[in-house]
Design a protein around this ligand. Structure first.
Ligand SMILES: CC(C)(COP(=O)(O)OP(=O)(O)OC[C@H]1O[C@@H](n2cnc3c(N)ncnc32)[C@H](O)[C@@H]1OP(=O)(O)O)[C@@H](O)C(=O)NCCC(=O)NCCS
Length: 177
């Protein structure tokens, strides 16, 4: 299965809101910890639009359809990731790919710490975090998984450059298909 990823341009941020609204309620509950409705999503997107410099969205696409998104929020030397994969496309390694690429992106931009939050019952995300080396702890009934990001080096820069080329290749190919 060919999946490619790309960062969402600022002018396309509303597409993220539309995509969230297209997801099933259980997925939104697992992600936000509450059942967020269309109004809540609109207000979230307005917040992102106002502060786009601190919000990045890496989108995974297949056949011109969004199958997953990792949201990267940044503040000072810390990044926080939140990942969602559309239900029909789970267990195919897409979150693995998004998280791997987002980690390299954050490392190469000199961020020092990564945080991911999830509800205690969410065992898939806890396993995903564990697989990528994050350490989870229980904070007031929720799980906070953290890791210190390694410093960027020639290998991490090279990896990001290769990833970008591969993604461009599949992105351009998707227009020909
Ligand atoms: C959690 C979520 C992002 C995983 O996405 P995914 O694309 O299905 O995950 P992947 O196929 O890339 O799996 C990567 C790893 O995650 C873990 N994992 C994913 N789904 C799992 C499941 N149902 N049960 C146990 N482990 C799971 C495994 O460690 C897996 O590695 P492995 O295949 O080598 O065992 C997805 O289930 C989802 O979108 N859930 C709803 C939204 C959410 O809860 N987001 C988290 C809040 S930040």
């Amino acid at each position: 299965m060919t999946i490619f990823t790309r960062f969402l341009p600022q002018s396309h941020i509303s597409q993220y809101g539309a995509w969230l609204k297209s997801l099933d309620p259980a997925t939104l509950r697992a992600y936000f910890g509450i059942g967020l409705g269309p109004k809540g999503i609109d207000s979230l997107v307005r917040k992102f639009k106002k502060d786009f410099a601190h919000h990045h969205f890496l989108v995974a696409e297949k056949n011109s359809k969004w199958v997953g998104v990792i949201h990267i929020a940044s503040y000072q030397d810390t990044v926080e990731f939140g990942v969602i994969i559309r239900k029909e496309f789970r267990r195919l390694g897409i979150a693995d790919q998004l998280l791997g690429e987002a980690l390299i992106w954050a490392q190469n931009r000199q961020y020092k710490k990564l945080i991911m939050h999830c509800i205690v019952e969410n065992s898939p995300i806890r396993k995903l975090c564990q697989k990528h080396g994050l350490i989870a702890q229980n904070v007031y009934g929720d799980i906070e998984a953290t890791m210190n990001l390694p410093k960027s080096n020639w290998l991490s820069v090279y990896k990001e450059a290769i990833q970008r080329q591969v993604n461009w290749y599949y992105y351009l190919k998707s227009f020909k298909a």
